[in-house]
Write a protein that binds this ligand. Structure first.
Ligand code: FAD
Length: 401
């Protein structure tokens, strides 16, 4: 009897949840489990807008992977995956090659600029602690330099996209910008916060009354929305937008793009039939033709049914964690010689924060807003840590206080 080699790529919500569950389900002798992740730490991707706005320190949203991994059962290798050779059952990294019998690919998301000219070069994105910190530092630099620069122009922050991330980011900005104004002696009226959205409406996942609530909350605190306004380019001065078929330059000191994410581009290089870094998975979460390759989290298109009407579920941390648990169970079944089971998504709802004290959401089918939503958001954020890392980690990193 030879022990199977299980290789998990990525220690985000999907990959780390897989490992956390696998080490509970399997004994020492059942398999050789290896986890590979770019960094020594896991980051809470769903908190990155807070790092970007400066309402939390980046360290608050990360913890060492070693806090979750049981070293007696799992080997953790901090390394960057550079290629997946699916037919040779081999993964290349900057720390050498790894062979596997069972592969779990959970390499997460990156920014998608849809080919908008200049966006990659001139806009910040909120997709990793590094990009979030870069945005935060630039914003603060503008406030710090404001008086030295002659204070002729207002400080303008442009946010591209009024989707979930854009709105959550604005919610944090209306909290952090007054603090920056106070710190650097700048009048809040000298700051413009503008959100530009191409679609005719925002936050399509919520009913109109909740979206209206969010818009009013943010407008009351100084944010402005330009809805139905496509961004055609980004440059050193800000965004170029199209209004009534005319191009117009919107000037800004900081530009942050939040309107698009895609799956990791290693996916296109490694597999066939990948669209925007995502590959359609079968109900058991393996991919067509490869019984031993599971793909989960933001690199997977998990369909909500069968046939032509089937659509992929939106990629979220919520589904990523459920997928991770399910893969661990299917791997256990396979090792026992049993059949894999199909995945069923249990949608518990969504909460969109508006800073630390407000929000909107639908939880267990019920609409919530205000303080209740902010409280629920803290519960959801803390629950993710509890589920993956257990009560001690949740106690130290959770948002209980
Ligand atoms: P990720 O979290 O992206 O993790 C992937 C991991 O793989 C990372 O650790 C990364 O470092 C590692 N990795 C990547 N490339 C390599 C490589 N080449 N080699 C080695 N390691 C690599 N979802 C919700 O459910 N609710 C929310 O409220 C919510 N809010 C969000 C707010 C923001 C600001 C953002 C950006 C996203 C939000 N999401 C939310 C979406 C959620 O964050 C993602 O769906 C989730 O992170 C996907 O999890 P994942 O494990 O697939 O990928």
């Amino acid at each position: 009897f030879e022990r199977k080699k299980i290789l998990v790529l990525g220690a985000g919500y999907a990959g780390l949840q897989t490992v956390s569950k696998l080490q509970k389900l399997l004994g020492h002798q059942d398999a050789d489990i290896t986890l590979i992740n770019k960094n020594e730490y896991h980051y809470e991707a769903t908190w990155l807008h807070e790092t970007a706005a400066g309402t939390i320190d980046w360290e608050d949203g990360v913890y060492p992977v070693s806090k979750v991994v049981d070293a007696s059962k799992v080997k953790f290798v901090p390394a960057e995956v550079t290629a997946i050779h699916k037919d040779e059952k081999r993964v290349e990294t900057n720390q050498g090659d790894f062979e596997y019998d069972i592969l779990v690919t959970a390499l997460g998301f990156e920014s998608e600029t849809f080919g908008i000219e200049g966006m990659e070069e001139h806009a910040h994105s909120i997709v990793s602690p590094q990009t979030a910190l870069a945005a935060r530092h630039e914003i603060e630099r503008n406030f710090a330099n404001y008086k030295n620069s002659g204070a002729e122009k207002d400080i303008s922050i442009l946010v591209g996209g009024a989707g979930f991330t854009g709105v959550e980011f604005l919610g944090e900005l209306v909290e952090s910008v007054p603090v920056l104004c106070e710190k650097y002696g700048i009048d809040y009226s000298k700051v413009n916060l503008t959100c530009v959205e191409a679609a005719p409406s925002m936050l399509p996942m919520f009913p109109e009354n909740l979206t209206d609530y969010a818009v009013k909350y943010l407008e009351d605190r100084g944010a402005k929305f330009m809805i139905g306004t496509p961004i055609v380019a980004a440059n050193e001065d800000g965004f170029v937008v199209k209004i009534d078929d005319e191009e117009q330059q919107l000037e800004a000191s900081s530009v942050i793009w939040t309107a698009g994410v895609r799956g990791n581009s290693l996916m296109e290089e490694s597999f066939d039939g990948v669209k925007r870094g995502r590959i359609v998975v079968k109900p058991d979460l393996t991919i067509e033709g490869y019984e031993d390759i599971y793909v989960i989290g933001d690199v997977a298109a998990v369909m909500n049914g069968e046939g032509d009407d089937a659509r992929p579920y939106p990629t979220t941390a919520q589904i990523a964690m459920q997928l991770g648990e399910h893969v661990a169970k299917n791997i256990e079944l396979t090792l026992k010689g049993d059949k894999k089971e199909p995945f069923k998504y249990d949608d518990k709802g969504t909460v969109c924060s508006l800073g630390s004290k407000d929000g909107i959401g639908i939880v267990m089918g019920r609409e919530i807003k205000g303080k209740k939503a902010a409280f629920m958001k803290r519960v959801i954020d803390s629950r993710a840590i509890l589920k993956i890392g257990g009560p001690m980690l949740a106690y130290s990193k959770g948002k209980f206080f």
